[in-house]
Ligand binder design. Structure first.
Ligand code: TXA
Ligand code: MG
Length: 322
């Protein structure tokens, strides 16, 4: 027996009623048939997403991935075997029949197999690839619970499959394979794990790439992203205490080592391990933002490789000037 929410989601997709938000291990995605330009248009429209920012296509397995690319190199196969289903997106040569709107008109396509039983059930039952950008208005905080999706889109526009809280909590690692293997977005799969599987170096793009005009290597690398409405800053403990003392109006601290802050400010205590921190991060940013604070101060986590690198990248964007 299929989950009833999958039946309803299938009916939405088949009748073209609108996108379907689905849970993944990273964040919730806004799903629509990848081979239907009209359905994909609607996703851009609902998110208010710039057209030049291409989408990740979600597939059931490697076999479905093959239908989307003109060239699946041996390296991609090895990565897929090790990390799929899982939080790794591969940017590969675009195959035939892919609508321009999916790839931003570019020669590549981003593909991943999500590791969530409901996402896999949906892909299996629908039987064709689905685009799945994070299910949030463009530039805002990604959703890690069904409720987060419901506050952004009306139930007449988007059907939401509730799969509970996302276990990873931040978006997939995006890797472009080629003569040079490039990390386009750090994420739960680390550079060390990728290099080990590839037996080759992975180049990490600098934080500022992707700004400015023209075609972007990975347009999601625009600087301000994952942003709360309130002003937010990333500070170490000492600078943070000074900032708190100087602000009389109630703000929120997203703390790591701090265990208390002075009134009127509030503290959200974060898990100290990277996995726990990543899982809690977007929920904490939303919780802070929902109090309409004078400011959100984020205590800077350790500058370490692996998952902390991905967390830092998200924090840098959440606190970037728009
Ligand atoms: O974890 C995830 O990847 C989530 C879940 C729902 O799967 N999805 C997600 O999608 O984060 P989105 O659209 O929010 O981010 C997609 C990222 C963007 O940075 C985009 O620019 C990049 O992938 N991207 C998509 N297609 C690309 C391509 N052909 N070349 C380079 N970058 C691409
Ligand atoms: Mg996104």
């Amino acid at each position: 027996m299929r989950d009833p929410s999958i039946e309803e989601a299938l009916s939405w997709l088949r009748k073209g009623r609108g996108p379907v938000a689905f849970p993944t291990e990273t964040v919730y995605g806004l799903g629509a048939p990848a081979l239907s330009p009209r359905a994909v248009e609607r996703v851009f429209e609902l998110k208010g997403r710039p057209r030049r920012n291409p989408l990740i296509v979600h597939v059931r397995d490697l076999a479905m991935a093959r239908t989307l690319t003109s060239d699946l190199p041996r390296e991609a196969e090895r990565l897929a075997e090790r990390f799929w289903p899982g939080p790794l997106t591969l940017v590969l040569a675009r195959g035939e029949g892919i609508p321009d709107i999916v790839t931003g008109g570019g020669p590549t396509i981003a593909i991943r197999v999500p590791a969530h039983p409901l996402a896999l059930e949906l892909l299996e039952a629908y039987g064709a690839p689905l685009v799945g950008p994070s299910a949030n208005p463009s530039g805002r905080i990604s959703p890690t619970r069904a409720e987060h999706v419901r506050v952004s889109f009306s139930p007449t526009e988007v059907y939401v499959i509730d799969g509970g809280p996302c276990t990873r909590g931040i978006e997939s690692t995006v890797l472009r394979l080629g003569v040079k293997n490039e990390l386009l977005r750090p994420g739960p799969i680390s550079v060390a794990e990728l290099e080990e599987t590839l037996g080759a170096r992975v180049v990490v793009r600098s934080e500022h790439d992707g700004e400015g005009e023209g075609a972007l290597p990975s347009p999601g690398l625009l600087r301000s992203h994952y942003a709360p409405r309130a002003r937010a800053s990333l500070l170490d403990e000492v600078a943070l205490r000074l900032a708190l003392a100087a602000q009389p109006k109630a703000g929120v601290v997203i703390g790591l080592t701090l265990t208390e802050v002075q009134a009127p400010h509030q503290l959200i205590e974060m898990p100290r391990d990277a996995e726990g921190y990543a899982r809690a991060l977007y929920g904490a940013l939303r919780e802070a933002d929902d109090t309409d604070p004078s400011h959100i101060w984020i205590e800077a986590p350790p500058r370490e490789p692996g998952l902390w690198l991905a967390i830092h990248e998200r924090l840098a964007r959440a606190t970037a000037e728009t």
